[in-house]
Design a protein around this ligand. Structure first.
Ligand code: HEM
Length: 581
């Protein structure tokens, strides 16, 4: 019988390097050398300046629509994707500008094609700003914080560079663990306990290095700068009603009616103008290290299961939990979400079968959804690893034989638990960081004394309904700039704002065409809720994730875990027999 491990292809087939892991084996391209792409690269040369001068949109609108087929290699595709992530998020969020509800075709069209080529979504992600955004200072130097620089940042700050580079260093530190995970699968299959202890010891030391790197975040990334100057650009367009994108973002010129299954374009003639407009909106979550395949791989390898927030013990979620983004992510296409009508969501359609079949063990929707923001091959690696993972059943089997364990088997259990201790320590530190970098910053608000200059949103007019303009802004366009408006400097970070709509906006038009859509329902002006990525629900989610890691440890002299693999534990079959079955 073919073993479970044979389900796995070689690491290189999954675009994973045994040395650099999910980071590319060669440092990312610093620019696209083909002169055809000069319009993009020269805009990137001026990127921070253009954003600062408030003229990025002006420059972008002059860009030609470049053909992605001129990109020849994977490194070129990755560089192009990073460039378009920078330009597009800079364009949408601006710097102290009103959010843009649409992306022009010169960005939207190539970005969508390139994203589809790489198997990611056209939105900023961990892969773009971390995996494909660094350069070693000395070519022959180590991939650690003594030798890394970022290729590009939104804010032009060292804090932002450090934020990405610490994450690069974590990926690099964890990289050799991936090869050991694969070896461990083989050694479980061969019942080679000694070799397995060596694999786990090696993974433990990689995890320890990852923890050292994570602990350095606060050395050069200031929480205030992170929350108010960096994080806003990493926001996507899902859950962004308060920031003025209740339906997501319009990708101009991108036809959403293509169906990947049939490879045909749906007939749109029966759709009304409003329905056609709706089809252009897309919702994507923003960039988050929750999209790191490394952490997912460790969870899968060690059998850490994540449940919907609040469901770790109690199985029935409350209404609030059901509405939480960590339990329930909306579809990426707004039209589907609103009308319930199925049509192409390219990625979702292509991978529907895979995800239903292969993504069962991890039942936390948020963590699961983050996989679609990973490069395709990395996502496939996790899916295959899920099928091949045999470490936890092996350990559970040892646990079941507790009274008869040899010294070596006890050491094996200790080695397994040791890795989980390290992973839990990682999540402990991460919870601390999030508390400092997000929850505290959100609570303090923007106008804190040490140099912050964002508008104090508590003085803003917060009760403007989407369907009506505030009385003082109706007659006077200059009032658009008045400080009585919601926080336009950092709308993505606002705790409670509601957008006013300019009469020329598509959203305004759509709202008139489809009043029954009730766009206003997307905005709760009374809400004081800190949004998903930044507050109320984030801490329970992260703490639960940490506790689930600790719960995975094997406790001896405890009642046997009923989740044991496929065989009732009481039968105490040997591991080799279990594998043969
Ligand atoms: C300033 C530093 C960081 C902040 C403020 C931060 C913030 C957050 C937040 C708010 C979440 C919740 C998910 C979301 O809403 O996006 C999250 C999740 C997560 N973050 Fe971070 N993060 C930071 C650094 C890192 C780093 C360096 C890593 C390492 C790869 C990491 C890995 C994760 C993972 C794996 C999750 C998913 C939850 C879990 O698996 O426990 N984060 N982070």
């Amino acid at each position: 019988m073919p073993g479970k491990v044979s389900m796995m292809r070689s690491l290189q087939d999954y675009d994973i390097s045994p040395e650099t892991g999910f980071l590319p084996p060669e440092p990312p391209l610093r620019r696209l050398l083909n002169p055809y792409f000069d319009p993009w690269e020269s805009t990137m040369d001026d990127f921070n300046g253009l954003l600062l001068a408030g003229r990025l949109r002006e420059r972008v609108r002059k860009l030609p629509i470049l053909n992605h087929k001129q990109l020849k290699s994977k490194p070129e595709y990755r560089r192009a994707f990073l460039v378009l992530c920078m330009l597009s998020h800079g364009y949408v969020w601006g710097k102290h500008e009103e959010v843009s509800e649409s992306l022009p075709p010169c960005l939207a069209i190539p970005w969508t094609h390139i994203a589809s080529h790489l198997g990611v979504c056209p939105v900023v992600c961990h892969a773009s700003v971390v995996l494909w955004n660094y350069k070693p200072l000395w070519e022959d130097g180590p991939l650690d914080l003594s030798n890394l620089a970022a290729l590009t940042t939104y804010s032009g700050s060292v804090d932002e560079a450090w934020f990405y580079l610490v994450t690069v260093a974590i990926e690099a530190a964890g990289a050799p663990a991936i090869a050991s995970i694969i070896k461990a699968l083989d050694h479980v299959q061969a019942n080679d306990e000694k070799a397995l202890i060596a694999d786990l010891t090696h993974i433990n030391s990689c995890l320890a290095d990852m923890n050292v790197a994570l602990a350095r975040m606060s050395e050069k990334c200031d929480p205030y700068v992170f929350y108010w100057k960096i994080r806003p650009y990493l926001a996507g367009w899902e859950n962004m009603a308060d920031a003025g994108l209740p339906l997501g973002l319009i990708y101009e010129g991108v036809d959403n009616l293509w169906d990947a299954e049939s490879d045909e374009y749906a007939d749109m003639s029966h759709l009304s103008e409003a329905e056609r407009m709706l089809q252009q909106y897309r919702k994507y979550a923003g960039g988050s290290a929750a999209q790191s395949s490394l952490i997912h791989a460790l969870d899968v390898a060690f059998g850490v299961e994540h449940h919907p927030t609040g469901e770790r013990k109690a199985r029935r979620p409350s209404n609030a939990q059901r509405l939480d983004r960590y339990n329930n992510m909306p579809p990426t296409n707004t039209a589907v979400e609103l009308t319930g009508k199925r049509h192409s969501d390219t990625l979702a359609t292509m991978e529907r079968t895979r995800s239903q079949e292969e993504m069962k063990p991890n039942r936390n929707n948020f963590i699961q959804t983050m996989r679609k923001y990973m490069p395709r091959e990395h996502r496939h690696f996790l899916a295959d690893l899920e099928k091949a993972a045999n470490l936890r059943p092996f350990m559970l089997n040892l646990q079941a034989m507790e009274e008869d364990l040899t010294e070596q088997q006890k050491s094996l259990l200790e080695a397994y638990n040791g890795c989980l201790d390290q992973l839990k320590a990682f999540r402990d530190k991460h919870v601390q960081i999030v508390s400092l970098y997000i929850v505290n910053q959100a609570r303090k608000g923007p106008n804190i004394p040490h140099g912050g200059f964002a508008i104090d949103h508590t003085k803003a007019t917060t009760n403007i309904k989407l369907t009506e303009k505030a009385p003082d802004t109706d007659s006077n366009s200059e009032a658009d700039d008045a400080p009585s408006k919601p926080n336009i400097l950092y709308p993505q970070t606002a705790l409670s704002t509601s957008p006013s709509l300019s009469k020329s906006s598509s959203l305004h038009k759509l709202n008139n065409l489809l009043p029954t859509l009730g766009l206003a329902k997307f905005v709760d002006p009374e809400s004081k809720v800190v949004r998903g990525t930044g507050g109320t629900n984030v801490m329970p989610f992260l703490k639960q994730s940490r506790d689930e890691t600790a719960d995975t440890k094997i406790a001896l002299s405890q009642p046997v875990d009923i989740q044991a693999p496929t065989q009732p534990v009481s039968q105490k079959i040997s591991w080799t027999d279990w594998l043969r079955k």
